[in-house]
Design a protein around this ligand. Structure first.
Ligand code: DP6
Length: 327
């Protein structure tokens, strides 16, 4: 056992993970496809220590207690069980972005914790198995193990619900320009939201439509056809939000700024700028466009949407061990 540090990046889903067939194992209702991004990075150091009575966790230098600590401890229990170790761990984590601002921070967090944790506990696991363990911490974390363009296969069992690369980051210069409209904490997180999907009468319609949209996004990625993948990604984001809004209780993540952004994106497309929008479980808009169009999309977003912050992401690398420890 040794001290280990890993770095992982968040991902933006082009076809969303929303709803679960097994909440205990985070098995999703549908497969999903994402792009790992380059600028939303989590770095995590894990050090097993025989003298500890329990795991400890600090995030951005602040010691954690309550739910965030308990969630990390549950994940470390899974890693320990697989590694055949009983050692509690000291964990420190740093993010380059605000947690819970709808920027999918749990994906990079659990991808980094899984890679660093297994290395620290001395377990040798394949990349595929690594994605299944990341998934147990947070579903979307399975996709952040890989860089570039990634598909998470729904799979009927723990072993069969894994993420695999579709194309490396260098294959397609798709950008995700994140238009942060509110940095406030979200009221209902995704973990709770997944359980509501099946209360929506529209969920069955979305689930039936997703296989065709997955195929369009796969083809769009393969043929570097941003129009094709952008159109399908935007349709799926709207389908997911229709499901959210019509769940019981209803989840309405959009603010007036989100709606103004959707109108603006449509107008920009009519004006000849090839840009599509996707939205996660929050109010922020993610503008999907070619890298060469990203500066213009960002310029228009700044001018017309008054964002609290804006971040232009290119495709990013997968999770990996790094030499620089946090403590
Ligand atoms: C809307 O369960 O992976 O971003 O609750 O933060 O762990 P946490 O997220 P997760 O749900 C992600 C839902 C989504 C869509 C997606 O990323 O596929």
């Amino acid at each position: 056992m040794t001290k280990a540090t890993a770095e992982a990046r968040a991902n933006i889903a082009l076809i969303k993970y929303w709803g679960q067939s097994d909440p205990r194992l985070n098995l999703p209702l549908t497969s999903s496809i994402s792009m790992t991004v380059d600028k939303l990075v989590t770095r995590t150091t894990v050090e097993p220590d025989a003298s500890l009575k329990a795991d400890t966790l600090s995030i951005n230098g602040v010691a954690q207690a309550g739910a965030p600590l308990a969630r990390a401890q549950r994940h470390l229990d899974r890693l320990r069980q697989r590694a055949g170790s009983a050692a509690f761990c000291r964990v420190a984590s740093e993010n380059t972005f605000a947690a819970s601002a709808g920027l999918a921070s749990s994906a990079s967090a659990f991808a980094a914790l899984t890679v660093a944790g297994f290395a620290a506990l001395g377990a040798k696991v394949s990349e595929r198995e690594m994605t299944t363990f990341a998934r147990l911490g947070s579903g979307s974390a399975a996709r952040s193990i890989h860089g570039g363009f990634v598909e998470w296969r729904a799979g009927p069992t723990h072993e069969a619900s894994y993420a695999e690369p579709l194309a490396p980051a260098s294959h397609l210069d798709l950008h995700d320009v994140v238009v942060v409209l509110s940095e406030g904490e979200k009221k209902v997180g995704s973990s709770e939201g997944h359980g509501l999907a099946e209360t929506s009468p529209l969920n069955a319609g979305r689930v039936a439509r997703v296989p065709a949209l997955l195929a369009e996004v796969r083809e769009g990625i393969l043929h570097r056809d941003i129009k094709k993948l952008g159109r399908a990604a935007q349709e799926d984001a709207l389908l997911m939000h229709a499901v959210m809004m019509t769940s019981t209780p209803s989840l309405l993540y959009w603010t007036p700024g989100t709606v103004a952004g959707l109108h603006a994106v449509r107008r920009w497309r009519e004006e000849g700028l090839m840009v599509y929008a996707t939205i996660d479980a929050g109010p922020n808009l993610h503008l999907l466009c070619a890298g060469r169009d990203a500066p213009e999309a960002a310029r228009r977003a700044r001018e017309e949407l008054a964002p609290a912050a804006l971040l232009d992401n290119a495709p990013g690398e997968g999770a990996r061990l790094v030499a620089a420890h946090l403590f």
